[in-house]
Design a protein around this ligand. Structure first.
Ligand code: HEC
Length: 155
């Protein structure tokens, strides 16, 4: 290869590299926009899903508010005995963990998992089994309904 040809090749290579460098910012902008778009879409899907679950739980419990239920769960001290997803606190192990409680067929191993039964369970656990260890916390029906609505978002 003559030195001229080598120079030309270098120039060409350099040119290609420069072109590559110049093209980069233009190419990464749409990529960044795509990234932001995908993140927004994901957040939107997550918030839609949780809103969907909240309204499903509300319908199932005859108007219970999972947002209120979440607060009541902390107020009544349920986490001192149960680990409950989405609730901050001690994550107690006296009672069973309540994750996926919405998908269980039975509660406490014997009571059919229906909204009405869960609401009754929360108000008076001994009405199903006088020997069971969950205390009667004196929860009024309205609060039990809201707490049940929160439990039914735990799929
Ligand atoms: C002093 C401890 C204690 C507290 C406080 C307590 N529980 Fe329980 N809970 C238990 C025990 C023990 C069981 C298991 C009873 C059984 O299986 O017979 C239980 C069972 C349950 C079950 C059925 C779980 C399953 O896997 O079948 C639900 C639902 C539940 N508790 C919700 C609550 C909620 C909501 C609160 C707060 C309002 C609460 N518990 C407060 C001890 C407690």
């Amino acid at each position: 290869m003559s030195s001229r040809a080598a120079e030309a090749a270098r120039d060409l290579g350099g040119g290609a590299m420069n072109a590559h460098r110049a093209a980069r910012p233009r190419r990464s902008l749409p990529l960044a926009a795509l990234g932001v778009g995908m993140t927004c879409l994901l957040l939107l899907l997550i918030s839609c899903k949780s809103r969907h679950e909240q309204s499903q739980a509300q319908a199932a419990t005859g108007g219970g508010s999972s947002t209120l239920g979440r607060k009541l769960i902390t107020q009544y001290g349920c986490p001192s005995c149960h680990s409950i997803p989405g609730i901050q606190g001690p994550k107690g192990v006296v009672g069973p963990p309540l994750d996926h409680i919405a998908q269980r067929t039975f509660i406490a191993g014997k009571v059919k998992n229906t909204p009405q039964n869960v609401i009754q369970w929360l108000q008076n656990p001994q009405s199903f089994d006088p020997a069971n260890a969950m205390p009667n916390l004196g929860i009024p029906e309205k609060d039990a309904r809201d707490i049940a609505a929160y439990l039914y978002t735990l799929k």
